[in-house]
Design a protein around this ligand. Sequence first.
Ligand code: GLU
Length: 345
Amino acid sequence: MGEPRVDQVDQAKVVGRLAPSPTGRMHLGNIYACLAAWLGVRSQGSCGVLRLRIEDIDTPRVVKDAGRWIMDDLAWLGLDWDGEVVYQSQRADAYSQALKLLESQQLIGGQPLVYPCFCSRADIRAASAPNEGDGFIVYPGTCRGLSHRIVDERLARGQRHSFRIAVPDQPDESDAICRFDDLIFGPQSFNLPRQVGDVVVQRSDGLVSYQLAVTVDDLAMGVNQIVRGRDLLRSTAIQMWIRNHLQPQAPRVQYAHLPLIDGVDGRRMSKRFGSPDLGSLRRDGWTARQVLGVCGWLLGLLDRPRPVSVQELLDGFTWNMLAADHKDRKLDLSKLEVSGAKPNL
Ligand code: GLU
């Protein structure tokens, strides 16, 4: 695809990425994350590279034209990127190679690193301990210990299955703890067996999972700075585990996880719940400077929302400004005044 291999990327550079999913038009939460990723890279001047990856792997959820809208909205806001756009839908070969590499490995003790899982969602829910309240269920490991005979028998019967990656099963094993320093949330530590579990790397519909696709792409694109919502903190732990098995010597990544933005109803901004998106904002007469002002304020870079350009936000940008307050935000657009222009939503 003409993209740099990781060993060809100049490690003195900060390589960031915008990684929108084309499941709809971007809402303010998506733009806020893109803006932070853009500032993180562009604050490095010529030592920064920002790639754009359209995450269209989950084909059933992809909306026709959404990739085009996203690129148009980014350009309208002045958030530019470098090089060719990468589409996950065109990277099936890279994903299947990565899967093969993982399948050839074992954990200490002989557990295959990747194993087939025949559980339905309902099976998993029924066998799981109550979760921590964020909806994430740690896989209870039902299929992990199946004998070869049973696995072969089920596969021969054509039983529907996904593939999972195994994490160490003893919480006190030396590699059970994944640690990283987040630029915003500070030191993080996840116990892989207790808090993450064996996650799906290939879904039962044959599609590669988000966790595997993102890890393979970030490695291949030489990404060493990842900016995204704090709901993905736990995903970072599993992606680091996968990454270690794909390329143990890979350069380290800097992570910046952002507070989440809730709408007035207390629900997280999301395409699914119809949060105001750039389509409606632009139709209602918002300017790019107003949108940037709201996002810059949500990031903690402005003390109130006011129209600004990306260049103004870039002046004096540091991650510490974002780290100063990492509580989730609440956004009530109907009450927001952006320099007199009261958006009519
Ligand atoms: N495509 C994901 C999203 O739009 C981002 C995933 C990531 O940053 O790893 O939420």
